[in-house]
Structure formats: C-alpha cells, structure tokens
Write a protein that binds this ligand. Sequence first.
Ligand SMILES: Nc1ncnc2c1ncn2[C@@H]1O[C@H](COP(=O)(O)OP(=O)(O)OP(=O)(O)O)[C@@H](O)[C@H]1O
Ligand SMILES: [Mg+2]
Length: 504
Amino acid sequence: MNTTPLLHMSAISKSFPGVKALDRVDFTVQPGEIMALLGENGAGKSTLMRILDGVFTPDSGQIFWRGQPVQIRSPQDAKNLGISMIHQELALVPYLDVAKNIYLGREPAGLLPGTIDWTTLYEQAHQQLARLDLDVDPRTPVRDLPLAQQQMVEVAKALSLSAQLIVMDEPTSSLSNAEVAVLFRTMRALKEQGVSIVFISHRLNEIFAIADRVTVLRDGSLVGSEPLQGMTADALIRMMVGRELGETNQRPAGEDVQSQRQPILEVRNLSRAGILHDINFTLYEGEILGVAGLVGAGRTELAETIFSVHPPTQGDILLRGQKLRLRRPADAIRAGIALVTEDRKGQGLFLRMEVGANISVRILHQLARFGLIRWRDSQHLAQEYVDKLGVRTPSVRQKVRNLSGGNQQKVVIAKWLTLKPQVLILDEPTRGIDVGAKGEIHRLMRELASQGVGILMISSELPEVLGVSDRVLVMRGGRVVAEMNPRLATQDDIMRAATGAKTS
Ligand SMILES: Nc1ncnc2c1ncn2[C@@H]1O[C@H](COP(=O)(O)OP(=O)(O)OP(=O)(O)O)[C@@H](O)[C@H]1O
Ligand SMILES: [Mg+2]
C-alpha cells in the first residue's frame, strides 16, 4: 500500500505539568479508513486529537496532511483543512432547528444584503441529511431529537464543511444499542464516500465491528497500529494494558445472597405520574442489584426518585424497615443513600477544583457539622481514595478538568464513597471507563457489598449486568417487568424482557 496517507502525525510529544501526556507518538490515517484509537483512561487519546484539532500545540513533532507539512493553530485551521471533531459533549444549539445548526454562521445569503436564503438553507440541509440516510425533518429543533440523531446532525455539519477526516471521541458512550447501529451505518456510508474516521471507544466489540485498523496508546506512548482482521480481543487488551487481565466476573460463586440477609432498602408501589408505574422491589444488605433496560425505560428516573431529586406521586421508600420522609437529595444523603449519576460533568464534579477538594467535598459537608476539620486530613482522605480507585493523577492538587474522562468518573465515585453510604446507587458506573479500570470498579463494588452496603447498579452493558449483579431487575416503560437470576439468565433473556419481545 503505497498511497500517501491522508494524515500523518509524526513523533508528537506533549507534556502538562507533572504529566507526559504524549511521548513521540506516530499516528497515520489512510483515505477512506476507519481508524480506532484505543487505550486506558489517561493514555493520551483525547490529547492527541486535540492537537490535531489545534486546541493544544504539541511540544514537538510534525503533522502532515496529504503528505504536506501543516501547522494547525486553531480548530478553524483544522476545519479549513477538512478535519472535523465530534466531541462527546455535543456543540449544537438546542433551540435552533437542524438546518440552522448545520449552517450556523454560514447561512446562504438571500437577494437583499444581510438576508438569508431560507429555501436554499433547508434544501441544502435536506441533502446533507439524505447523504447520511437520515430521516429527520430539517425544521425540528435539535433539543427534540434523541441523542443519536443529534450526533448525526453534528456529522451532517461536518460533512457540509467538506470534512475529509471526522474524529469521534467516544461517540457511543451515551447511545443505546439501536442508536449505535444507526451511527455505524452512517460511518460506513461516509467511508464509502472516501471520508476517513478516527473512532475512540472503550468498547472492544464496537471497535471490531466498525474499524479497519486500531492504534493503541499506553501511558502516552504508541504501542502499535494494526489491522483488526485476524486480531483477537485478548491480543488487543494485552496491547492496551501490557498484561493479562484477571477474571472480570466478580460475583462470588453459588451463594444466594438475599436468602441470608436483611432487607436494607424497600421500594413499595412507587410511582411518578407518567414516568414510573407501581415499582416494587427489595435491596438486601450486601447485595448488588442490577437494573437493566433500554434507554428511556425509566432507570435513571427510578434512581432519581429514590434519591429525592423528584418526589414520587405515590408509594413508599423504607430504609432498614423505617419509612423515609425525603424531600430533597440532602435528606437522602443524610439517610445514607448516595447516587453516582451518569452525567459526571453536569452533576458530579467541580471541574475547576482540585481532585482532593472534589473527593472530600461531601464528607467535609458532613464533618463540618461536628466542628473543626483539618485541611491536611481531607488531603489524606482524598489520597486514600485516589490510591484505592487507581485514579491517574500527578497529585490530589491537580484540577479535575485536567484528568482524562475515565479518571474524572473515578473521582465522582470516590466522592460518594467518602460518605460510607448504606445504599449506593450507581447509574452507568463504568461508562467511558477502560477495561482495566472497569475491573477495579467492579472489585470495589464487590468489596463494598461484602461490608454490607446495598448497591443498585443501573447499566446498559449486559455483560456487566450479568457479570457483577447478584440479581437483575429489567425495566420497560417505567415498570419493572422481570426479575432474573444472572447465573441462569442470558443476554438474550434480558433483551427480550427489555424490548417486550415474545419468547420464541
Ligand atoms: N489540560 C490538561 N492539563 C493537565 N493535564 C492534562 C490536560 N489534558 C490532559 N491531561 C493529562 O494528560 C493525560 C492524557 O489525557 P487524555 O485526556 O488524553 O486521556 P484519554 O486517553 O483521552 O483518556 P479517557 O479514556 O479517560 O478519555 C492524562 O494524564 C490527563 O490527566
Ligand atoms: Mg478522552
């Protein structure tokens, strides 16, 4: 294969204070290729892509575009070359419609100066959407679209800028399986049109399903670039972590947890008008209760109702047999209930504050009621949890916004663990977390359970639900529609219950 690569990043290095994020990394993408970029949390993937997008300047190294050396000093430079980024946090304007978002700032001019040719705008938007095989009305406000379609609007926008290379940094982490399928169809269509894609994901099955080649980074260094054909998942994981991973199944064999233990949380006839319908279940001491279901099944709403973000319209919540009167999350926290949300940026973290402060903020709140707290103690505490969860950071003084996505998630979990809750609700706890760290979080959950904590784990990843839970509830349409024993149930069983398909 002697074609000139579309993109060649050569010997790229980048350091941040206390971190060598990239060390002479080479990265090459061929025209019309889907290149996966893989590595543990903090390996340097997003940093490499931000250099390509002109957000960061490399300390050294050179970028070649179609064989020519180029300087990319800003995202605008990158766009002018034909490079588009689709970030995990979408950059659309929610209240504007699809067409206006695609052509924001580049609207076709009308006949009179300063006017916009709306007919052409909608016509062109329609064509871009058709190119992606997308059945979306260009007049729909973006906020009314499901997340996957919003992402497609970003793709359409990239295409309208004649992007030759589209970088997707963890585009699938908040999509349902069906939405991932739609995204993949779009990616294949782009590839056929000669567009190249860099695809970042922690889900190996997705990488095998869609990518042609994979580039693996470890600790800021290039491990290698390989075609995926003929590669096994084990080989890929070895490249990524540099060692074999232990058993991921964290469930203790054979024992039936709920038969021996005390109920810790009881949910009775819980309803929220139009959202949750008559939910009943019991969580036992030391149990990990998995909650499966499709996006929109009501799982997050259930978690938020138990945590009193929203009041139920009916029903009771009992903690160790006592009926709780919860009006707001602070009441739930006081009762010993913690919720780790799926949206770490929105609710979980103070990005501008240090790791240490983020971890100890909750407990400080509590301790403050008893008077004096020493700053040094809070730093020790933070360090203890950083070690326990393997958060990769040069120190607890690092600002959270400077951590990689997966390590930010670990900080959210650490923050709640400092409260030593009796009931821990985890909403998608390992989303965006690499396979190695995933195992660490599962082990930690198991350890907490063995200390008697009751854990409610919402997860869209069926292997996780089946591998980690002692018992599984399946939700659909705001109801609990099935309870399963993960030792006997299969992924198919869960999917059938979650979609309401008939058993064959
Ligand atoms: N602006 C910054 N200031 C300081 N350190 C940073 C900054 N951006 C990234 N880092 C550090 O650089 C390293 C690489 O981070 P990067 O975000 O590239 O990882 P990643 O491979 O994308 O991880 P993830 O899978 O968790 O998203 C990490 O140690 C991170 O903490
Ligand atoms: Mg990243």
